[in-house]
Design a protein around this ligand. Structure first.
Ligand SMILES: C[S@@+](CC[C@H](N)C(=O)[O-])C[C@H]1O[C@@H](n2cnc3c(N)ncnc32)[C@H](O)[C@@H]1O
Length: 286
């Protein structure tokens, strides 16, 4: 029993709660992976649920992950390179939070640390203690989520962080901060590229503005669709997740794309009544 617990506990899992995280969809994503592929690319890495699954299941798998959010990318490299310092900084946050959670949370939210360790531990601390575990910044790039209502948040989660650090150190994982389109330069025939972009809003209204999202516009979706076609002509295997949106279905309606409608559950929604099952699209060229 003890051994079983140890085995399960050391499997690396996403270390941040991230909007659009794919943990609940791992079984269906796994079923939809090609049997074999070269390098695994994930250009919208977020919490990296599928990455950790692949690293755990496929020993020695070469991976290349990236994201445009530099704070998030720094978190991956700091966990890989400076795990001891990071754990002690997080323990410090935990101690201070336990003394006076509200005052401490807002003082950390206002802070702007310089060192990589302090920047990373601030992000992880806020992610564990803020309202609904959301990462949201205002137009000036400042984190602006209020304190969440947790009685005993797991601020340090040392075992998982060490296990993530170990797998990033022992596996061949390139980590970059860049726009998704740069993947075209690197991916080669036989490689797998999994795209999990910010989702297109699903809307029945004809209001064009509802199709834009601050970080990912309708133009970005078209840019992504063109990139997918270029990767297809290079001989890459392409897998893409998105919302069950008419626009997405239309853009990917022709060859070589195959669209699967899958059932999903989302837990990040401030209104718990809206956290119900819904459909998403899984699109692939193989
Ligand atoms: C839906 S989330 C990915 C979720 C991830 N699959 C998971 O399991 O947690 C989308 C990610 O895309 C990133 N992103 C947004 N615009 C981007 C761009 N132009 N290029 C690269 N990444 C971008 C965001 O920072 C965010 O981390």
């Amino acid at each position: 029993m003890k051994q079983e617990y140890r085995q399960i506990a050391t499997v690396p899992k996403p270390f941040v709660k991230w909007a659009g995280g794919k943990r609940q969809l791992i079984p269906i994503l796994n079923e939809n992976l090609p049997k074999s592929f070269g390098t695994y690319y994930e250009p919208f890495i977020g919490g990296g649920a599928l990455l950790f699954h692949i690293l755990t299941e496929r020993n020695g798998q070469k991976c290349s992950i990236s994201d445009l959010n530099s704070d998030l990318v720094l978190t991956y490299t700091t966990i890989r390179d400076k795990i001891d310092g990071l754990i002690s900084s997080l323990k410090n946050h935990e101690r201070n939070y336990q003394k006076d959670s509200k005052t401490y949370y807002y003082s950390v939210r206002e802070s702007n640390p310089r060192s990589e360790i302090e920047k990373t531990s601030r992000l992880l601390f806020m992610n564990r203690t803020c309202f609904n575990g959301l990462y949201r910044v205002n137009s000036k790039g400042k984190f602006n989520v209020p304190l969440g209502r947790y009685t005993n948040p797991n601020i340090v989660n040392e075992e998982n962080l060490r296990s993530v650090s170990a797998i990033l150190n022992t596996s061949k994982v390139a980590i970059k901060c860049r726009d998704f389109e740069s993947v075209l330069r690197d991916a080669k025939k036989g490689d797998l590229v999994y795209f999990d972009p910010p989702y297109q809003p699903v809307s029945d209204t004809a209001n064009f503005t509802s199709y834009t999202n601050k970080s990912f516009t309708f133009d970005d979706l078209h840019r992504l669709a063109e990139l997918c076609l270029k990767l297809d002509s290079k001989g890459c295997k392409v897998l893409l997740s998105n919302s069950d949106s008419k626009d997405v279905a239309k853009i990917f309606s022709e060859k070589p794309w195959k669209i699967n409608k899958i059932q999903a559950n989302r837990s990040i929604n401030s209104n718990s009544k809206k956290r119900t099952g819904h459909f998403e699209l899984l699109i692939k060229n193989y």
